[in-house]
Design a protein around this ligand. Structure first.
Ligand code: SF4
Length: 279
């Protein structure tokens, strides 16, 4: 997939971009440059993740990763020729979703994966679709966000005390990553947890995020309760780092329309879990 040669205006800044967006071409919040090393397979993900000195370096490397052929093909084909009609004239990010939020946050939200016309279009976690609208409105109500909407990189949105990542960083077909893809992407999350010793609470949106966090923690040598705690809404467990410091993990139903349109997850339920994270 070579991309769209024509230049199209960014929906927030109006600046012109190709799709997928080349690293370092000026996209707001792009963490990468042309010099950022690119992981081309699972082994390279493990090496480049472990070798990242800080969250910014990690984010840059994530945002240019090409280790999963099926997902690279999907994210770029959506960006070039599979766009939703209402976004047909917009440039598409077409790359893995970088983490978003407060780099010093003691609280981390772990989602499933970017949406094909959401993060894969806007370049920001949970941005550009109904799931993100639901989540950011709640983050604003509960004091974590300075505005209730996330339109796209460059809109002034800032989070305080919280940061957002995905378990799998590329949009998967039917929102279903394979077991191999989840395993290939896990070193990015593992290194993220290693680089954030001040983290005390993790909220997972859905069971895949829950499983990813527990798997990453085990690989890091953290103490994980046995039998493995089962995901559920408002279910909690506590992990311990090798130095004994605790990390609380809290489950929350995913903010996808499948849950929010049916009332399985209401704004009040999400607010309650978010408020509990500061305890
Ligand atoms: S899913 Fe993860 S490991 Fe696979 S290409 Fe995307 S960022 Fe890389």
């Amino acid at each position: 997939m070579t991309g769209v040669d024509r230049l199209e205006p960014h929906p927030v800044t109006g600046q012109l971009f190709r799709s997928p967006v080349p690293p370092g071409s000026g996209w707001p919040e792009d963490p990468a440059t042309v010099m950022t090393p690119v992981a081309a397979d699972a082994a390279a993900v493990a090496v480049l993740a472990q070798d990242a000195d800080d969250l910014d370096a990690l984010n840059a490397r994530i945002s240019v990763c090409r280790a999963c052929p099926r997902l690279v093909e999907w994210r770029e084909s959506v960006a070039v020729s599979g766009r939703r009609a209402s976004f047909a004239g917009q440039p598409y990010w077409g790359r893995p979703g970088p983490w978003f939020g407060d780099p010093d946050a003691p609280i981390l939200i772990v989602g499933l994966a970017p949406a094909a016309n959401g993060t894969n279009r806007t370049g920001r976690m949970f941005t550009g679709d109904a799931s993100g609208d639901f989540l950011y409105a709640a983050l604003h109500r509960t004091g974590f966000a300075n505005q209730p909407t996330s339109l796209g990189a460059g809109d002034g949105l800032a989070l305080t005390g919280i940061r957002i990542v995905a378990t799998v960083r590329c949009a998967p077909p039917q929102n279903k990553p394979t077991a191999d893809e989840k395993a290939t992407c896990l070193p990015w999350l593992r290194r993220d947890l290693e680089l954030t010793p001040g983290l005390h609470t993790i909220m997972t949106l859905g069971g895949i995020g829950w499983a990813g966090v527990l798997a990453a923690a085990r690989q890091l040598g953290w103490t994980v309760p046995r039998p493995r705690p089962t995901f559920g809404h408002a279910v909690e467990t506590v992990l311990h780092r090798p130095d004994g410091s605790p990390v609380r993990v809290v489950g929350c139903y995913h903010v996808s329309p499948h849950n929010t349109y049916t009332g399985r997850l209401t704004p009040a339920m999400l607010d309650e879990v978010l408020m509990s994270l500061r305890r």
